[in-house]
Design a protein around this ligand. Structure first.
Ligand SMILES: [Zn+2]
Ligand SMILES: [Zn+2]
Length: 313
């Protein structure tokens, strides 16, 4: 449990909440760690529920044996102008799992069943967990990038390692940008089908049609624009980013677009979880016991992760 920003999580026994109407109680089988969890702990995302159970990439099992995934989108109002126009990801009153609602760094979770996704057969619990945020945000960001063939990925972590597989399946060419000198990340990107991997301050051998910036580093936005050709789209995939430095208008000229991607809709989830077994997506995961949650967060902070870390109660 998180009791205050910028403090370590504490292991505690808390009473199990009984599910209300429309809710389901799930025994947590796995919960992947997301950089957003770190932004909550660090106080960069304001006003979380406190005390709070983190975690929004939850694979749980219901009493009847069904495996359900619980994502970040935990509840929406269904009435606001965003909800009624197919943009529930932007709902004014949305509640987020592991932020406004208790999440999956726990043995049990209670979730609104309307926002849960059935986990496809063929994905074990560990494999499936990172699809629920890293996969979903990556997928939505890829859709917002347009149809272009040459895709740049800035930051080759949990989301990029999944979206690279979707992009390759769609016949796109992937160019990966990692921290200068991070040979391990570059090699990982090549293993997953990137035809080029280099430092984030380098230019790729060809100009890009679109790019997704997953690293929470504002300076990568002008860097990505510089690498992107006319009409290209740069999508910012994170919920928090350091300030974007000013840049010459020339980098935006030529109908280049900069946009963010926020949250997910249930439709994104249905699409990705239908596509995932067809590709099939293979997530790279390392499991840690739930009690190691603080250590897992520190490793995400350091970038000391290949793919995703998954907590197992
Ligand atoms: Zn709404
Ligand atoms: Zn997340």
């Amino acid at each position: 449990m998180l009791h205050a920003p910028r403090t370590a999580l504490r292991e505690e026994e808390i009473p199990r909440r009984e599910p209300g109407p429309g809710e389901v109680a799930l025994r947590v089988r796995a919960c992947a760690v997301c950089r957003t969890d770190l932004h909550v702990v660090d106080g960069e995302l304001r006003n979380p529920k406190l005390p709070l159970v983190l975690g929004h990439q939850v694979v749980g099992e219901a009493d009847d044996g069904r495996r359900l995934g619980v994502p970040w989108l935990g509840w929406t109002c269904g009435e606001c102008r965003f909800c009624v126009s197919g943009r529930e990801n932007l709902c004014d009153r949305a509640r987020s799992t592991g932020y406004d609602l208790d999440g999956g760094y726990a043995e049990w979770i209670v979730a609104d069943e309307r926002y849960c996704f059935p986990i496809p057969d063929g994905f074990d619990d560990l494999q499936a967990a990172p699809l629920l945020c890293a996969g979903l945000i990556g997928y939505r960001a890829l859709r917002l990038c347009g149809e272009g063939e040459r895709l740049g990925l800035y930051g080759f972590g949990a989301a990029a390692h999944i979206v690279a597989q979707v992009a390759r399946f769609e016949g796109r060419r992937v160019f990966a940008f990692v921290r200068r000198g991070d040979e391990d990340a570059a090699a990982f990107a090549r293993e997953l089908g990137a035809e080029w991997a280099g430092g984030s301050d380098e230019l790729p051998p060809e100009e890009l049609d679109g790019a997704i910036v997953f690293a929470p580093v504002g300076a990568l936005v002008p860097a990505a624009l510089r690498a992107t050709g006319k009409g290209g789209v740069v999508v910012c995939g994170g919920i928090h980013m350091s300030d974007i430095p000013s840049f010459p208008y020339e980098l935006l000229w030529g109908e280049r677009v900069v946009r963010s991607v926020a949250n997910l809709t249930r439709r994104d989830g249905e699409e990705l979880l239908t596509l995932a077994p067809r590709i099939p997506i293979r997530t790279h995961v390392e499991s840690l016991p739930l009690a190691a949650a603080n250590e897992a967060l520190e490793r995400v902070r350091r970038g000391d992760v290949r793919g995703s870390l998954v907590l197992v109660p």
